[in-house]
Design a protein around this ligand. Structure first.
Ligand code: C5P
Length: 404
């Protein structure tokens, strides 16, 4: 971050005080920080606090043009390498989504061409409001990077999602965006995500609890690093990441076919999907009626997609598997690394708090065929994705990692 030019936009929520810690961390890491506040933010924390931390004046009033040689908001907007809004209220998110510019912060935001990171903080019901969610979606589609709020007790008395992400998490995202190396430019990345669903009759399926969040985060991170991304995903509710080609599948067999179709043109395959290992031996064409006795359903093995990939992969391709385990994580992960001829395996203990299905965070260790062992603390799935891609894309690795 040394010498990076960062605008921190502070808006009027109770979490505004946490922006002081954020600025302090950014300054400590060598960044040059300029703070822009809304009027409402100055009710929660004074500009003097930020001025003291950043050693620069704080901009609040668009018309406070103290330097006649420049137009302040355009000057700042052009100066920034990255613009962080933390905390971001529902109001500033709505204004940004509509292109409104009625104060110094929103005017500078509209004028900047720097990447924008938004860390929302608000009441749980405000955050869940479909209007707010729609605004967030629109901004995401425009490339704004969101640092999701955490869950917990809120200042308003409610408990739920809406707490500003911790300053160190925001700093991590700022660092990732600043380094947003386009290190996957020209690379084709194939990602699988979510659960597969194995029909038993027209209304019933065999499936698992995977939501696809980890795979979607990998797809988005790879896209942002310049890759051409194809995401093969099982059924799910997650919004399709803009700029990513989505191939929707239902069963493991469909996923196998989709993966094998795309494999020849892929440079990197990241298999985050939780594929059903078994499927009902036959699918009844009509709904199976209940009877008083037990129902015995015969299951047959699904092919292991990664084993099929191992037979066909080229040596210049990088193949990554995921291993969700509940015990003896390292031993099982290493066995899979070998058996499935992977370059990396991302192992997680899904029984740990903050790890596994449905969670926004994950706790993983990445093992590499080259001896890499990277144990990561609990972090957002997007951050896990970035660290994984750092390894995969790391200096000259793509195209150089040996296959089986
Ligand atoms: O052997 P296990 O299912 O634990 O391995 C998990 C890894 O293998 C994941 O990367 C998953 O996508 C992949 N897998 C697969 N085909 C299967 C089952 C799992 O490719 N039938």
């Amino acid at each position: 971050m040394l010498g990076s030019r960062i605008i921190v936009g502070v808006t009027g929520g109770i979490a505004a005080y946490k922006a002081a810690a954020l600025c302090s961390q950014l300054v400590k890491r060598g960044a040059e920080v300029r703070v822009v506040m809304t009027e409402a933010a100055t009710r929660f924390i004074t500009p003097l606090t930020f001025q003291s931390i950043t050693k620069h004046p704080v901009a609040v009033d668009t018309f406070d043009e103290h330097d006649p040689s420049v137009i302040q908001h355009i000057h700042l907007a052009d100066w920034a390498d990255v613009f962080v809004v933390a905390p971001a209220t529902a109001d500033v998110i709505a204004k940004a989504a509509c292109g409104l510019a009625d104060d110094m912060l929103t005017t500078t935001l509209l004028a900047t061409r720097a990447p924008v990171i938004v860390a929302p903080a608000m009441n749980v019901h405000m955050l869940a409001n479909p209007i707010v969610q729609e605004n967030i979606r629109r901004l995401r589609e425009r490339g704004f990077v969101f640092v999701d709020p955490g869950e917990g007790p809120l200042a308003c008395g409610y408990t739920g999602k809406g707490r500003l992400a911790e300053p160190d998490e925001i700093v991590e995202v700022v660092a990732a965006v600043l380094q947003r190396k386009k290190d996957l430019e020209g690379k084709r990345v194939l990602v699988t995500a979510g659960a597969t669903r194995e029909p038993f009759d027209p209304v019933r399926v065999l499936s698992n609890r995977s939501t696809g969040k980890m795979g979607y985060a990998v797809a988005e991170a790879a896209r942002d690093r310049g890759a051409e991304v194809t995401l093969i995903a099982g059924p799910g509710e997650l919004p399709v990441p803009p700029g990513v080609q989505l191939v929707r599948v239902e069963t493991a067999l469909e996923m196998l076919n989709a993966v094998l179709d795309c494999l020849p043109s892929a440079d990197i395959l990241i298999k985050a999907a939780a594929v059903s290992d078994y499927r009902p031996a036959s699918v009844s064409p009509s709904k199976v009626k209940k009877s008083d006795g037990p129902l015995v359903v015969e299951l047959v093995r699904n092919p292991d997609i990664l084993l099929e990939v191992a037979k066909r992969r080229r040596h210049d391709q990088v193949i990554v598997g995921f291993a969700a385990e509940t015990d003896d994580v390292e031993r099982h992960a290493r066995e899979k690394l070998e058996k499935k001829s992977l370059d990396y395996i991302v192992a997680n203990d899904v029984s740990k708090p903050g790890a596994g299905f449905g969670s926004d965070t994950n706790v993983v260790t990445i093992f590499g065929r080259d001896g890499t062992v990277l144990s990561l603390p609990p972090m957002a799935k997007r951050q896990v994705a970035e660290r994984l891609l750092d390894l995969v894309a790391g200096a000259g690795r793509v195209g150089a990692v040996g296959g089986p």
